[in-house]
Design a protein around this ligand. Structure first.
Ligand code: ADP
Ligand code: ADP
Ligand code: MG
Length: 663
């Protein structure tokens, strides 16, 4: 076995590989981009080498820099993880030239299986069924269109070099075919530098079932059973489990047989995965592709086989023989993995970014994570934060544990898919083990939405958290530090709470323990106490443990199912009055509703002003806001100075209202 290993990857998979290497007594060398200087994998490794700027093409995809780093650090082997360079032949070729061990299969297997077109041809030759369609050399638009129609719509257009669900288009209507071919080709060229396309019949209700294989350099080859990864968004997996539920023994045996036969045909000598789709109704099997690397979801296979796949990947790379034969491998229990991503599941799963203000994973199941409190999630890499892997003696128990773990997990900062994952687990189809790849589209045809009541609660508690989270000496009079800020006559403190471009006014009244939180949706009485990041509230006799963090002028909070991040600012009483029409005896003064720059003062001391008249203009985040008088009255004092920056709640112009209040 080699004594030192460079891990040419980042995030959870780098951390996971370091863990096994360390257990085996192998010295670990991390590489990192400028964006990952403070990343967990960098700190955990015995040594870390910088390889360039944040964009992957300038760092994690630079095989030359990785080889330089390996030589400088005295690494004897390189593990590519998944993604990045793992399925390209460049790095293994450079390893060979430099006398380094490549932890992966031989280059010919990578080259053959890196092209879906060639992989399908090899599969067919090995007697493995593939999805009918077109995988020919003629890539002209006319030929592809004709072949799609011959295959019969609906079809799936795919990039031959594709991965990660990119370059794929499902086409059902003939008039959209030409455009889909053009855009799939464009995407394939941009993402993979290879525009070749193939066409497949679209299997309308498939399950994604894949088989883990493992070979050594001595001709031994086994399978490690199958995984079901049917729950997907954008053709990428979200929930994965082993074994596949409700699959006949005959189908499972056929899948294992196909996988081993095809792997043997290419002399496979590492960990790899044969992906299939299985028609949910007929159990007809179709080979999709082979991934010649460690899979994101290898963890569920580890859980049921009690084997460490990274350990065996390292051992076979070092030339060791597999320590077991097919008949020695047994399977016990059931495992389910959920991929936790920094994504807005309520906005078409778009990635979200930001600093993680609080990372609090559950402690009673396996969590493979590359993040921690303080990690900044950026757009340079993919959105996977962590994987939660629950195991049980049976599927029901694993499901139960995963649900509980997702309930216990708290991530504050970037939005995550946590609540969505819980809802997906609890769909009837998944709970029964009968999910197809259509699950998400069929369950949420209009898109998934966050729980409205929990969102309203989170917004109210964000205001309360800010109130409670202030230093104790200021808590008695939270605004003593804010010149000119006035409490409402009722004793309620108004906050403007914004997220996603919408602002709500929330009032916090009472204290120090009993509060009434009010907004346009109504009000609620709560008993509350904050300690550290924990905010405990009792509503109607039920205690709810919330977590919160105040950072970057935002309150990130978790309340029941919802994590959200709000900008919470002390609102000017006038703003409250203007927007809610409340008849509280609010101040007539012109107060900054948000931090900004005083752009203009349009009045002088002694001026008579009328309701609705613009008194001052505030510039904030490139927006100009007219601050208008909420009453008829007279200018008493001017405190704001044009050109000067002020904080939220600062008094700009003091106005004495006329005796008769407006109605
Ligand atoms: P798996 O098949 O192991 O579940 P995914 O398809 O989810 O893997 O992809 C695993 C990781 O690899 C993701 O980070 C994805 O973005 C990345 N990835 C997959 N294929 C490619 C590729 N061809 N080029 C670059 N990154 C890829
Ligand atoms: P990638 O390399 O991006 O992982 P795959 O060929 O593995 O591409 O396909 C990704 C996913 O897309 C599959 O897991 C499946 O859900 C869906 N898919 C692929 N081909 C088809 C098809 N012919 N019919 C229906 N769904 C498909
Ligand atoms: Mg795939």
């Amino acid at each position: 076995m080699f004594r030192s290993l460079l891990i040419a990857n980042r995030g959870e998979i780098a951390v996971r590989i370091i863990r096994t290497a360390r257990r085996l007594g192998i010295r670990t060398i991390a590489v990192y981009s400028e964006a990952d200087r403070d990343a967990l994998h960098v700190r955990l490794a015995d040594m870390a080498v910088p390889i360039g700027p944040a964009p992957a093409r300038d760092s994690y995809l630079r095989a030359d820099r990785i080889i330089d780093a390996a030589r400088a650090a005295g690494a004897e082997a390189i593990h590519p993880g998944y993604g990045f360079l793992s399925e390209k032949t460049e790095l293994p070729a450079l390893c060979a030239e430099n006398g380094l061990t490549w932890v992966g299969p031989h280059g010919k297997a990578i080259a053959a299986m890196g092209s879906k077109i060639e992989a399908k041809r090899l599969a067919t030759k090995a007697g493995v069924p593939v999805v009918p369609g077109y995988d020919g050399e003629d890539q002209s638009a006319a030929r592809l269109e004709a072949e799609a129609l011959r295959t019969g719509l609906p079809v799936m257009i795919k990039a031959s070099a594709g991965g990660g669900g990119k370059g794929m288009r499902a086409v059902a209507a003939p008039e959209t075919l030409a455009e889909a071919l053009v855009s799939a080709r464009r995407e394939a060229e941009a993402a993979f530098g290879d525009g070749r396309l193939l066409i497949e019949k679209l299997i309308t209700r498939p399950r994604h079932v894949e088989v883990q294989v493992l070979g050594d350099k001595h001709g031994n080859l086994v399978h490690l059973f199958e995984r079901d990864c049917s729950v997907q968004r954008n053709n990428q997996k979200l929930l994965e489990e082993a074994p596949a539920p409700h699959l006949s023994d005959a189908t499972r045996a056929a899948l294992h047989g196909h996988a081993v036969r095809l792997a043997a045909a290419i002399g496979y000598d590492s960990t790899g995965t044969m992906e299939f789709i299985v028609d949910a109704a007929t159990e007809e099997i179709f080979f999709l592709e082979m991934n010649t690397r460690l899979q994101v979801e290898h963890t569920v296979t580890e859980a049921i086989t009690d084997l460490d796949l990274v350990e065996w990947q390292l051992r076979v790379a070092a030339g060791e023989k597999l320590g077991f034969a097919q008949g020695d491998i047994t399977m016990t229990g059931h495992a389910i993995q959920a991929r936790l991503t920094a994504e807005r599941a309520d906005e078409g799963f778009r990635p979200d970014v930001g600093a993680i203000a609080l990372w609090s994973p559950p402690s009673d199941i396996r969590v493979d994570s590359g993040v921690e409190t303080g990690t900044v999630v950026g757009l340079a890499y993919d959105s996977l934060l962590a994987k939660l892997i629950a195991t049980g003696t049976d599927r029901a128990q694993a499901l139960e544990k995963l649900g509980a773990a997702l309930d216990a997990l708290t991530v504050l900062g970037p939005a995550t898919n946590r609540a969505f994952l819980i809802d997906a687990l609890r769909t009837r189809a998944f709970a029964e083990g009968r999910a197809t790849t259509r699950l998400i589209a069929e369950t949420w045809p209009e898109g998934w939405a966050r729980d409205k009541a929990d969102l309203v609660l989170a917004r109210r508690l964000a205001a309360l958290a800010l109130w409670l989270g202030r230093a104790p000496e200021r808590r008695a009079s939270p605004w003593s530090g804010l010149q000119g800020f006035r409490l409402l006559a009722t004793g309620a403190t108004p906050f403007s709470v914004s997220a996603d471009g919408a602002t709500a006014l929330v009032t916090v009244a009472g204290g120090p323990r009993h509060f009434t939180l009010g907004d346009a949706d109504g009000s609620v009485a709560v008993e509350a106490a904050a300690e550290g990041t924990l905010l405990t509230v009792v509503i109607d006799g039920t205690a709810i443990a919330c977590r919160f963090a105040i950072a970057d002028g935002r309150v990130a909070i978790r309340a029941r199912s919802v994590e959200a991040k709000f900008q919470v600012l002390p609102a000017a009483a006038a703003a409250l009055r203007a927007s809610s029409g409340a008849n509280a005896a609010a101040g007539a003064d012109i107060v900054a509703p948000m931090p900004g720059l005083v752009a203009e003062i349009r009045v002088a001391v002694g001026d008579i002003v009328t309701i609705g008249q613009t008194i001052a203009v505030l510039e904030s985040m490139k927006l100009f806001t007219d601050l208008k008088s909420t009453c008829n009255g007279q200018v008493e004092r001017i405190l704001g100075t044009p050109g000067r920056t002020i904080g939220a709640g600062a008094l700009i112009v003091a106005i004495t209202p006329a005796d008769t209040p407006e109605t």
